[in-house]
Design a protein around this ligand. Structure first.
Ligand code: NDP
Length: 309
């Protein structure tokens, strides 16, 4: 019985080492050296091409190497009846909360303007925006969104959330479903997208969403590039409706040379690093899931394929 690492866009060496250290007895192979495809029961996958899994007739489980599964569920040939899992890990959650807090504070403390003043050698005091005046709206109160929400509240930011289903969370006014979206957006001085990419959430950060935000709102997208209509964001920034944006994910990654976002004075760009999966941290949960699946049990962190996350 064999586990395959299928990460065509990434070097699997660190993953191989982490499996070797933890489970030296396990037969772990790395694509493209798959050997006999009928050996493969469990695949740890990242950004595999469409149809990739059809080659493995005895596959029982596909484990996303990260928290998101859009790269798997977008495959029209994803085999039916196979478990799909994702990663839930405290280090991923912690990194994401750090990123979000950093950029909310950069906005409230005018850091982008001070960076520019530094380049131009201008001494120009600016009064910080008060945390208590900046309502932060989080789209997606899941593993990542909830942790960021609690940490932002500890810093004094009022936090509201938007999700698909109703669940009470102390201290967070929660808006549920598409009908509540306009009311939610109207309250957000900072909007953070932490949604999974699904047919329902694709393109949600568009002109209409930006129109519904208060003037001078700030937008942070750490979810997926396809949530955002980049041209609509630039239009909302250029007509002065939005104060700025921080983007970690893009329609095309890497962001192409010469793309207007690179040079937009109100945009902060990071190269999809808000939160990275550390093999040593998550290989134990993958090895456990492998054992569970081989024993005929359901794996942890199962994805609901119909729901899309
Ligand atoms: P979860 O599945 O734990 O949470 C998803 C949240 O989104 C839930 O609150 C869910 O609502 C809500 N949601 C889903 N669909 C809708 C909808 N149609 N309308 C309103 N709310 C919706 O995901 P995580 O928090 O673990 O991760 C979120 C995403 O972050 C990942 O899918 C991934 O794409 C991205 N990510 C980005 C990284 C980066 O480095 N940039 C790193 C890691 C993840 P409900 O609670 O009602 O189910």
């Amino acid at each position: 019985m064999t586990l395959l690492l299928a990460t065509p866009t990434m070097n699997p060496a660190a993953w191989l080492r982490a499996f070797e250290r933890l489970t030296p007895e396990l037969d772990v192979r790395a694509w493209p050296d798959c050997g006999d495809p009928t050996d493969i029961r469990f695949i740890v996958a990242w950004e595999t091409p469409p149809g990739f899994f059809s080659e493995f007739p005895r596959l029982a489980c596909i484990a996303s190497l990260g928290a998101g599964v859009d790269h798997l569920l977008g495959d029209p040939d994803l085999p039916r009846g196979v478990f799909v899992t994702r990663v839930i890990d405290p280090s991923i959650t912690q990194q994401m909360s750090e990123y979000v807090i950093l950029h909310v504070l950069r906005f409230s403390r005018h850091s982008q303007s001070f960076d520019q003043d530094t380049v131009e050698e201008i001494w120009r005091p600016r009064i910080p925006l008060q945390a208590s005046d900046l309502t932060v709206g989080i789209m997606g109160l899941g593993q990542l969104g909830l942790d960021a929400a609690h940490k932002l509240m500890q810093l004094g930011f009022p936090v509201i959330g938007w999700r698909r289903t109703h669940k009470d969370v102390a201290g967070i006014t929660t808006y549920v479903g598409a009908e509540a979206l306009p009311d939610f957006l109207a309250e957000c001085r900072v909007l953070i997208c932490m949604l999974p990419l699904t047919p329902a959430t694709q393109g949600l950060l568009d002109a209409e969403t930006f129109r519904l935000l208060p003037r001078d709102a700030y937008v942070i997208n750490v979810a997926r590039g396809a949530h955002l209509v980049e041209s609509d964001l630039m239009a909302a920034l250029d007509r002065g409706h939005l104060a700025g944006a921080c983007l970690d994910v893009f329609e095309t990654e890497p962001l192409p040379a010469g793309h207007p976002l690179w040079h937009h004075p109100k945009v902060t760009i990071t190269p999809h690093i808000a939160s990275l999966t550390n093999p040593t941290d998550v290989v134990p949960q993958m090895a456990e899931n492998y054992q569970r699946v081989m024993a005929g049990e359901r794996p942890h962190h199962l994805v609901d394929i119909e729901r899309g996350y």
